[in-house]
Design a protein around this ligand. Structure first.
Ligand SMILES: Nc1ncnc2c1ncn2[C@@H]1O[C@H](COP(=O)(O)OP(=O)(O)O)[C@@H](O)[C@H]1O
Ligand SMILES: [Mg+2]
Length: 233
């Protein structure tokens, strides 16, 4: 579904990603791990169309989409939830969801909102509450709901567990697994390598914007180097 082929990308003079290869098959969850500054978020920006690669190619369903911007990527089903602060706290939950109306009709919005309530039943009763009144975990779920309204094929998620308590992290990852089993593919960046790799079919360890290791989620969890550097033992 998605292939990053020998990608080079960066910001101005700064090259962040060098010769990077990543693949994701339809229905997979792929998790990127690596130290701070390794370029994980930059990978998501390249796939989302926020940043254009200076070398290599991004293939999506076999088309070269390297030069496509965010709008085009959204229309192709690639949706990005950047790290942190993804809801407007002073707007109500309904108003936050309604922002997706830029891309869909009111009728589609109403219809799809019912689907969102199937995944997040608590939301129906809280629609008029301000998003700022929600806990971090529920805000993350609201941010996810907003993109679910656009019927994504591939969701790019940057550090969904950041700042959440362990119990809430489990809930968020359970939802990722459930959505994944409904055929939504995920490219996930996660500091919590144990959690990230345990929901992922496959993982990549990035170091200084290059491929360091790759393998199934379980094989990376068992890898001594990954254990030492990212799993605290
Ligand atoms: N908007 C930006 N402008 C300039 N440099 C940036 C920008 N965003 C990130 N960087 C730099 O790119 C490198 C990789 O950042 P990032 O992709 O955010 O890493 P990670 O998500 O793995 O922590 C870092 O050195 C960071 O300082
Ligand atoms: Mg990051």
């Amino acid at each position: 579904m998605l292939t990053l082929e020998s990608i080079t990308a960066g910001y101005g003079e700064l090259t962040v990603l060098s010769d990077l290869d990543i693949t994701l098959a339809k229905g997979e969850t792929v998790c990127l791990i690596g130290p701070n500054g390794a370029g994980k978020s930059t990978v998501l920006r390249v796939v989302a169309g926020q940043l254009y690669p200076t070398g290599g190619r991004v293939l999506y369903n076999e088309s070269d989409v390297s030069g496509f911007g965010c709008q085009k990527k959204i229309s192709m089903g690639i949706l990005f939830v950047p790290q942190g602060r993804n809801v407007f706290p002073s707007l109500s939950i309904l108003e936050n969801l309604h922002l997706s109306r830029v891309f869909i009709s009111e009728e589609q919005f109403r219809e799809r909102l019912e689907d969102v309530f199937l995944t997040f039943p608590w939301m129906r009763e809280k629609l008029q509450n301000s998003a700022g009144s929600l806990s971090g975990g529920l805000r993350q779920m609201l941010a996810l709901s907003r993109i679910l309204l656009l019927r994504p094929q591939l969701v790019l998620l940057d550090e969904p567990s950041l700042g959440l308590s362990p119990l809430v992290v489990d809930e968020v990852f359970q939802i990722i697994s459930d959505l994944n089993s409904k055929e939504i593919s995920f490219l996930l960046v996660e500091q919590n390598a144990r959690k990230g790799l345990s929901v992922a079919h496959r993982g990549y360890v990035l170091e200084s914007g290059r491929n360091r290791l790759t393998g199934s989620g379980n094989s990376l969890l068992d890898d001594p180097e990954v254990q030492k550097l990212y799993l605290g033992g």
